[in-house]
Design a protein around this ligand. Structure first.
Ligand code: FES
Length: 108
């Protein structure tokens, strides 16, 4: 497990995605009011960046074919994707967003 400070809360635009890279992980970060959520940036259906999608409440719509994922859990909410994406724990400490990456798990 590793923890990473990824920037001040105020630097993340509300209601939109931000792509960040930590080591080999590409992560889509979303701010909703004063909370931040993070999921894998790659859609589980095909090659597309979820940080470039449109956010509806807590659901991000893939910009390529329109599958939706819950940014709180990575769960898939609509076709054509059928598999979830990874989600990451975030917390805000003294105005800084801290993201935790658990030990690498193999893709299935
Ligand atoms: S690439 Fe995301 S729904 Fe197809």
């Amino acid at each position: 497990m590793s923890r990473h400070s990824i920037g001040a809360l105020d630097t993340f635009p509300e209601g939109a995605g931000t792509k960040i890279e930590i080591g080999s992980a590409t992560i889509a970060v979303f701010r909703v009011e004063d909370c931040v959520y993070a999921i894998a940036d790659r859609c589980s259906h095909a090659e597309a960046s979820l940080s470039e999608g449109e956010l509806f409440g807590f659901e991000i719509e893939c910009p390529r074919h329109g599958a939706e994922f819950d940014i709180r859990t990575g769960a898939v909410c609509s076709l054509p994707a059928t598999k979830p994406v990874a989600s990451y724990t975030t917390e805000i400490t003294n105005g800084e967003v801290v993201l935790t990456i658990e030990d690498e798990a193999s893709d299935e």
